[in-house]
Write a protein that binds this ligand. Structure first.
Ligand SMILES: Nc1ncnc2c1ncn2[C@@H]1O[C@H](COP(=O)(O)OP(=O)(O)OP(=O)(O)O)[C@@H](O)[C@H]1O
Ligand SMILES: [Mg+2]
Length: 368
C-alpha cells in the first residue's frame, strides 16, 4: 500500500512541469522530504528557484490532492539556493536530492518528517480571528471590515489584516490607499475608522500580484504578524481569500488563532463549500467561532422579505458544524456602495438593518 501511494505521488509530481526549465518537478529534483501519514496526509518541500513561477506550489498541491485517498496536502516551500539547511533532512539532502525523499508511512518517526512550522503565540495581537469561506464573493471582506469597525466602536483595539493576496479589497473598503510608512524596520499600519490596517494592497500594484502568490504567502503573513507595529490589540481580524489555500494554511501554521468565522450565503452550493472550508480549520485544531450568513434576504419596498439566494443555509451550516449562527445580514445596496466608497455600512448608515445585523454579530463575538 505504501509503495503504491509513493508511486502515485511520484506520478503526480511527474505531471507538474516547471515551464522555466521544461522539466517536471520530479526530474528537476525540485521536491524533497515527502512524508505521508496513514490517514492520507501528505507533506513535501518544493525547492523554488528565483525565476520559477510560484504557482508551481499550487499545481503540485492540486496534483497530489487529486490522488485517491489523499486527504490533505501541505507544500512547504524552500528557496532552491539556500535550501540545504531547511529541515532535518537538509544536511543529508544537501540541496536537491536525486531521489524524492523517503516516504514515511506512517510518520511516527517524526524526527525524520518535515516539521510544519510551529504556530506561534502573539499575545500582543489579542484574539486572532480568520474570516473565511469556501466560495468567493459571499461577503467575507465586507463582513470583516464591518466587524472590525464595530469592535473598534465598542472601544476595542482592532487590527485588520488583508491576507487576500489574490484580490486585496480592504484598502478600498476602508477608504485608504496610501502606502504605510516604515520606521525602524517596522511597518506602521495606517488607521481608518478606528482600525489599524495592513494589506497586500498597500504593497503590490494591482496588476502585478503574481509574484506574491502561492509560496510567498507564508512569508507575507509572517511579515504582517511580526514586522507590523500593531501595538497592543484586542482583536486581529484576518480577511482570507476564498477556499482553503495557501493563505489559510500559512496563517494556521504561523499563529495560534482564537478561531475562524465562516461566511456563507443561504445557497446550498455556498454552504457546501463553506462546510469544506470550516472543516479545514477544525482539522488543524482551530475552533470555528460561528457562521455569518450574508445576503440573507432583500427587504422589498413593500415591506416583504425576498429570499434572493434561498434561505436557511447559514442555520444549516451552523447546525452541521455544531456552532452558533452569529447573524444574518440582508442584501442591501448601500452595503456595496459603502464598500466601494470606503465607508463601511456600520459607519455610513448604522441604523440600517444590515448595519444592525453586523453590529450585533460584533457584540456576540465580543461578549462570547
Ligand atoms: N449584504 C450585502 N448587501 C449588498 N452587497 C453586498 C453585501 N455583502 C457584500 N456585498 C457586495 O458583494 C460583493 C462581494 O463582497 P465581498 O468582496 O465582501 O466578498 P468576498 O467574499 O470578500 O469576495 P472575494 O472572495 O472576492 O474576496 C462586493 O461588491 C460587496 O460590496
Ligand atoms: Mg474578499
Amino acid at each position: 500500500m505504501a509503495e503504491a501511494l509513493t508511486a502515485r505521488i511520484d506520478r503526480a509530481l511527474a505531471s507538474v512541469v516547471n515551464h522555466r526549465t521544461g522539466r517536471n518537478v520530479l526530474d528537476g529534483e525540485q521536491v524533497r522530504d515527502i512524508a505521508t501519514s496513514t490517514d492520507g496526509r501528505v507533506q513535501l518541500t518544493l525547492l523554488l528557484g528565483a525565476g520559477d513561477d510560484p504557482t508551481l506550489a499550487r499545481d503540485i498541491r492540486h496534483a497530489v490532492a487529486a490522488i485517491d485517498g489523499v486527504q490533505d496536502v501541505r507544500v512547504n516551500v524552500a528557496d532552491a539556493n539556500s535550501a540545504s539547511g531547511a529541515g532535518p533532512e537538509g544536511g543529508r539532502a544537501g540541496g536537491a536530492a536525486r531521489n524524492p525523499l523517503p516516504v514515511m508511512q506512517p510518520p511516527q518517526s517524526a524526527q525524520r518528517a518535515v516539521p510544519a512550522p510551529t504556530p506561534q503565540a502573539f499575545p500582543t495581537l489579542g484574539r486572532i480571528i480568520a474570516v473565511s469561506s469556501g466560495k468567493g464573493g459571499v461577503g467575507k471582506s465586507t463582513v470583516t471590515v464591518n466587524l472590525a469597525v464595530s469592535l473598534a466602536k465598542r472601544g476595542r483595539h482592532v487590527g485588520l489584516m488583508d491576507a487576500d493576496i489574490y484580490g486585496p479589497d480592504i484598502p478600498r473598503m476602508m477608504g485608504v490607499s496610501a502606502a504605510p510608512p516604515v520606521e525602524n524596520e517596522k511597518i506602521v499600519p495606517l488607521e481608518a475608522h478606528g482600525v489599524k490596517l495592513m494589506s497586500l494592497g498597500f504593497l503590490v500594484e494591482r496588476d502585478q500580484p503574481a509574484i506574491w502568490r502561492g509560496p510567498i504567502v507564508m512569508k507575507v503573513i509572517n511579515q504582517f504578524l511580526r514586522d507590523v507595529r500593531w501595538g497592543r490589540l484586542d482583536y486581529l481580524l484576518v480577511d482570507m481569500p476564498p477556499g482553503t489555500g495557501d493563505a489559510q494554511l500559512s496563517l494556521v501554521q504561523a499563529a495560534h488563532l482564537a478561531g475562524a468565522i465562516i461566511v456563507t450565503t443561504p445557497q446550498d452550493v455556498a454552504v457546501g463549500d463553506a462546510l469544506r472550508g470550516a472543516k479545514m480549520f477544525e482539522r488543524v485544531g482551530v475552533p470555528v467561532l460561528g457562521v455569518v450568513e450574508n445576503m440573507s434576504w432583500f427587504d422589498a419596498p413593500d415591506g416583504s422579505r425576498l429570499p434572493i439566494f434561498g434561505s436557511g443555509g447559514g442555520a444549516r451550516l451552523a447546525l452541521e458544524l455544531g456552532v452558533r449562527l452569529l447573524g444574518e445580514v440582508p442584501l442591501h445596496q448601500p452595503v456595496r456602495e459603502g464598500g466601494d466608497s470606503g465607508t463601511p455600512i456600520v459607519v455610513g448608515d448604522p441604523s440600517s438593518g444590515a448595519a444592525r445585523a453586523l453590529t450585533a454579530i460584533a457584540e456576540a463575538l465580543d461578549t462570547a
